[in-house]
Design a protein around this ligand. Structure first.
Ligand code: UDP
Ligand code: MG
Length: 310
């Protein structure tokens, strides 16, 4: 469970999730990844570790964002199957038995699809639809629409994800990229227990941009296509102007066309350069090979490390 400023929710959510998990299996652990919270999430998580031997805390050195916190949780998990859950109570524990059952029946990934987006504004919903349309357009890897991070992963999927070296993480794309036998379940997200969402429309937009740039070169191709289209149009226009001059004797009054054309073209060029810079900035971030997250401390017991298990 990634947790950023969730001190008020953890004392309710953790025991609830833990109870649901222990009802399913005697061998469970619950990892709280404190993503550099500014409230007492760390203290609350430490108290939970002291109260429950199954609870572990991975305390990141600062706020790295949910995607990095999820990666940290996956890297530290020791179970044969791992479930990712938010720590604000939005992911219903009632789904856990079915997720486990699907896994026991051979699924490697059990993901959940939200039935509605009633909690979001119409603009947000429309952008989400556009996003899934764009990212899946002509792509071999299809990212299922409205599937969130609430999912169960088999240990080998966790290993596959851990081997992904990229810094700019779009987990939903990565899950799709690794593949494996996947099963979908639908659910209705519950309202957040306390506090506020950290992802408004702006956050969703940023994550969406990361996803698009990381999983498709379509934006670049579209720019190329636009360039081609514009050259063709200007060629035709040029021919028309020549015709006008020779056949109709119209000498070309130029200023307005010239100015508009030039401004339009420099706009398009700057846009293309801006798009290119997005990719270049990301390439720069990738080549720096900085770690995805840093762990400041760990606490709690959880499951024994794989080497100690029979
Ligand atoms: N979260 C995190 N780091 C962040 C932002 C959020 O670990 O920088 C966690 C947060 O504590 C919660 C989950 O990610 O457990 C989902 O965040 P939130 O509820 O704010 O997003 P929403 O459910 O509105 O998409
Ligand atoms: Mg939430």
């Amino acid at each position: 469970m990634p947790a950023y400023n969730e001190a008020m929710n953890l004392p309710r959510v953790v025991p609830e999730v833990l109870a649901a998990l222990t009802a399913l299996s005697p061998e469970v652990e619950l990892i709280i990844v404190n993503d550099g919270s500014r409230d007492d999430t760390a203290a609350v998580a430490l108290a939970l570790c002291a109260g429950h031997p199954q609870v572990r805390l991975v305390d990141l050195s600062r706020n790295f964002g949910k995607e990095a916190a999820l990666a940290a949780g996956l890297d530290h998990a020791r179970g044969d199957a791992v479930v990712l859950m938010d720590s604000d109570g939005q992911h219903p524990v009632s789904l856990l038995p079915r997720m486990l059952q699907e896994w026991q029946q051979g699924a490697d990934v059990v993901y959940t699809v939200r039935r509605t987006r009633a909690d979001q504004t119409p603009l947000h919903r429309r952008l989400a639809r556009l996003f899934y349309g764009l990212i899946n357009w002509g792509s071999r890897v299809q990212v299922p629409a409205d599937a969130g991070d609430f999912r169960l992963l088999d240990a080998r999927v966790v290993r596959a994800l851990g081997a992904m070296p990229e810094r700019h993480r779009f987990m939903k794309g990565l899950y799709a990229w690794v593949g494996y036998r996947s099963v979908a379940l639908d659910y209705e997200p519950l309202p957040r227990l306390g506090g506020q969402s950290h992802y408004g429309l702006g956050g969703a937009f940023r994550l969406g941009t990361t996803g698009l740039l990381a999983f498709s070169a379509a934006p670049l191709r579209l720019m190329g296509a636009l360039g081609l289209l514009l050259s063709l149009a200007s060629l035709l226009y040029g021919m028309w102007v020549v015709l006008e001059y020779f056949f109709f004797g119209i000498s070309v009054p130029g200023y307005a066309t010239l100015a508009a054309g030039m401004m339009f073209l420099s706009g398009v060029q700057l846009m293309a350069i801006g798009l290119l810079s997005e990719y270049v900035a990301r390439i720069y971030d990738e080549v720096k090979r900085r770690p995805l997250y840093l762990v400041a401390r760990e606490a709690g017991r959880g499951l024994p490390p794989a080497a100690d298990r029979a």
